[in-house]
Design a protein around this ligand. Structure first.
Ligand code: NJP
Length: 239
C-alpha cells in the first residue's frame, strides 16, 4: 500500500528557494507530495535543493530567475500555464534587507531594489498568477512578511519596513477581493530565523540561538493545504 500525502498531485511555486526559509518550505512541500517549482537566482542553491528533494523521493522543477528582470515573472506564469494549466500553491518568500541605516541616508539604489523585490515582485506575482490559482480547486497563496512592517516601525529599518508594510496591505487587499473565490491568501511573519539575511541584520547574534528554517516551514505548508480556510491574515510563525 502506498502512503498518501496531503499535497499529492498538487503544484507549488516557491520563490527565494535557493537558501534559508524558502529552501525549507520547498523541501517540506515536496515531502508532502507537491511538485515544487523552485526559483531564485543562485543555481547552486537550487541544485542542492533538487538533490535533497529527489533523494527523499520528491519532485522539483528549477527555474533560475532574477525577480527584478522585466518580464521573468510573467514568462514563468506562461510556462506553468502551458505545462500544468493551474497552480495550487504560490509561496512568495524571496526578500532583500537593503541597508539598515538612517532613513534620511537611504539611496535610490537601495530603495529601488528593496521595493522591486519585496513589494513590486509580489504584486506582479498576484497579477500573473491569479488566473492560475483560480484554475485550482483550492488555490493557496502565502507571502513572507516581517515583524517590522505594518504592525511595527523600527529605527533604521525604513526601506525594509516600508516594503513589508506595503506587502501586508497589498496581500490583505487582494485577500478581501478573493473572499467569494476558492483562493485564499495569507502572510506569515517568520520571526527571527537562522538565515543569511538575519546574520546580515544582526551580525553580533549567535545564529544557534535562533530556530532553523525547518522549524518554521510547517506554518507555511499548513497554509498551502486545500482545507485551509484562513484568508487575509498575518500569522506569526513563532507565536
Ligand atoms: O533570507 P535569505 P531569508 N531575485 O537571504 C532570494 C523574510 N524574513 O530566508 O536570488 C530572485 O537567506 C534569494 O535567492 P538568490 C525576509 O524578508 C526573514 O531569511 O539566490 N530571488 C534567497 O533565496 C524574506 O522575505 C527573517 O540570492 C531573490 C532568498 O530570496 C524571507 O523571510 C525575519 C532576489 C533570501 O534568502 C526569506 O528570507 C523576518 C532576486 N532579485 C522576515 N533577491 C529572518 N530570517 O529572521 C533575493 O521578519 N532573492
Amino acid at each position: 500500500m502506498t502512503d498518501t500525502k496531503p499535497l499529492d498531485g498538487r503544484v507549488a511555486l516557491v520563490t527565494g528557494a535557493s537558501r534559508g526559509i524558502g529552501y525549507a518550505i520547498a523541501k517540506l512541500l515536496a515531502a508532502q507530495g507537491a511538485h515544487v517549482i523552485a526559483t531564485a537566482r543562485t543555481q547552486g542553491g537550487l541544485e542542492e535543493l533538487d538533490d535533497e528533494i529527489q533523494a527523499a523521493g520528491g519532485a522539483c522543477t528549477l527555474v533560475p530567475l532574477d525577480l527584478q528582470s522585466p518580464d521573468g515573472i510573467e514568462k514563468l506564469a506562461d510556462i506553468i500555464a502551458d505545462r500544468w494549466g493551474k497552480l495550487d500553491a504560490l509561496v512568495v518568500n524571496a526578500g532583500v534587507l537593503g541597508l539598515i541605516t538612517p532613513t534620511a541616508q537611504l539611496s535610490s539604489k537601495v530603495w529601488n531594489e528593496v521595493l522591486a523585490v519585496n513589494l513590486i515582485a509580489p504584486a506582479r506575482f498576484i497579477r500573473a498568477f491569479e488566473p492560475l490559482l483560480k484554475q485550482s480547486d483550492a488555490g493557496r497563496a502565502v507571502f513572507t512578511t516581517s515583524g517590522v512592517g505594518s504592525r511595527r516601525a523600527k529605527a533604521f529599518w525604513g526601506a525594509y519596513g516600508a516594503s513589508k508594510a506595503g506587502l501586508d496591505i497589498l496581500v490583505q487587499s487582494w485577500a478581501n477581493e478573493l473572499a467569494d473565490s476558492s483562493v485564499r491568501a495569507n502572510l506569515v511573519n517568520p520571526g527571527t530565523v537562522r538565515t543569511r539575511m538575519r546574520a546580515t541584520a544582526a551580525p553580533g547574534e549567535d545564529p544557534l540561538s535562533l530556530p532553523h528554517p525547518d522549524e518554521i516551514a510547517p506554518v507555511f505548508a499548513s497554509l498551502c493545504l486545500p482545507g485551509e480556510t484562513r484568508n487575509g491574515e498575518i500569522i506569526d510563525a513563532q507565536g
